[in-house]
Design a protein around this ligand. Sequence first.
Ligand code: ZN
Length: 175
Amino acid sequence: MKFLILSRDGVINMTRVEGVRKPDEWAPLPGSLEALARLQREGYRVVVATAQPGVAKGAPRMEMLNRIHVRMLESVRNKGGQLDAVFVCPHSADAGCSCRPPRPGLYAEIADRFKINLSSVHAVCANGDEADAARAAGAQPVILGDDDRGASGTAARYGSLDVFIDALIAGKLES
Ligand SMILES: [Zn+2]
């Protein structure tokens, strides 16, 4: 199955220092929606995995986070793309949950829900913690940008989702 896991902030949409707290603060990165449309035409199923620790503090509240995601799903769909699901870790950084990267729970949950082996699945991550989580769940991480949080030094790096997806579709990924 053609399957891809994407992080959210810094991969699909712009990051904000305070986090995205309401729908009109959600703004796509240049080229990301068009790239998702190309994936759709290629027959990929795409899911999002994102840690949103602000939810634990009520900013945004879960109901507002859902509205933010409705805006994201509609924005993607309006450009011809499709996101199949959004998996969220809503816990604070010190909660010790199993789903906050670098722990692999969020990615393992995706594998379980879709009944797939992640060994041939790429996960597009925004930082090294996410890359470590994806790898621990058996997926193949790549990192966008130059955020060096986390221990991972071996994931391939790409400048944007747009550039990665072009390489993926062309079968020209760095190994
Ligand atoms: Zn969690």
